[in-house]
Design a protein around this ligand. Structure first.
Ligand SMILES: C[S@@+](CC[C@H](N)C(=O)[O-])C[C@H]1O[C@@H](n2cnc3c(N)ncnc32)[C@H](O)[C@@H]1O
Length: 190
């Protein structure tokens, strides 16, 4: 089990993270940057994942962190806000990562049916996680692949119970660890 003391201290994309904070305040949107970007980089590196999916691009901070973990990795990333999609495409191309990223505009639940899996690693960072989306993600992650699901702290009690029931199904998922002060969970797709 990891905790915050295991988090890498340096963040090469700290400027993107700060830019996301500035954007959120100016735009009045929910684009809170993930608390542990370097951990995403580390997970991609450690697992050698090459086929990555992100739900919740915002303006590209964590997309950069994910792609930094493996020069061979390709990322599909999805956001429902057209302005975020445009800014994320710009940010990825400024970081010379645009050639390895496809930024899709759409709702998560709709895009799941359109994306071509199986993915080695999925990062789900919308607002409060939706259990129906998590159930759909199971179908697009390869056996042994990872799901990092953020924002557990934003869930209502009933939806949290549904999510727990899904993650407690050991024929479908095995626990890996909790991160970001237990606001995020990492699960292994069985
Ligand atoms: C918390 S922010 C993502 C932060 C980003 N991963 C980062 O760390 O910089 C959540 C993003 O998910 C998008 N989003 C939330 N729910 C969505 C949904 N159901 N379908 C599509 N996009 C959604 C929002 O537009 C927002 O940009």
């Amino acid at each position: 089990m990891m905790d915050d003391t295991d988090l890498p201290a340096d963040d090469p994309y700290a400027a993107q993270r700060e830019g996301t904070e500035r954007h959120r305040k100016a735009h009045g949107c929910g684009a809170f940057p993930f608390g542990s970007g370097p951990l995403l980089t580390e997970l991609v590196t450690e697992t050698g994942a090459t086929k990555l999916l992100e739900l919740g691009t915002a303006i590209g901070y964590t997309a950069c962190c994910l792609l930094a973990g493996n020069p061979k990795a390709m990322l599909d990333t999805v956001d429902g806000d057209a302005g975020h999609v445009r800014l994320a495409r710009q940010a990825l191309s400024q970081q010379k990562l645009g050639g390895r990223a496809r930024v899709h505009h759409g709702q998560f639940i709709d895009m799941l049916a359109k994306l071509r899996g199986p993915f080695d690693l999925v990062f789900y960072d919308g607002f409060a996680p939706e259990t129906d989306v998590v159930i759909g993600l199971h179908d697009v992650i390869r056996p042994g692949g990872l799901l990092i699901c953020a924002n557990l702290n934003l869930m209502g009690r009933r939806e949290y119970r549904r999510l727990r029931d899904e993650f407690d199904d050991t024929d479908r998922w095995q626990p890996h660890s909790l991160v970001d002060e237990d606001k995020a969970i990492i699960m292994i797709r069985v």
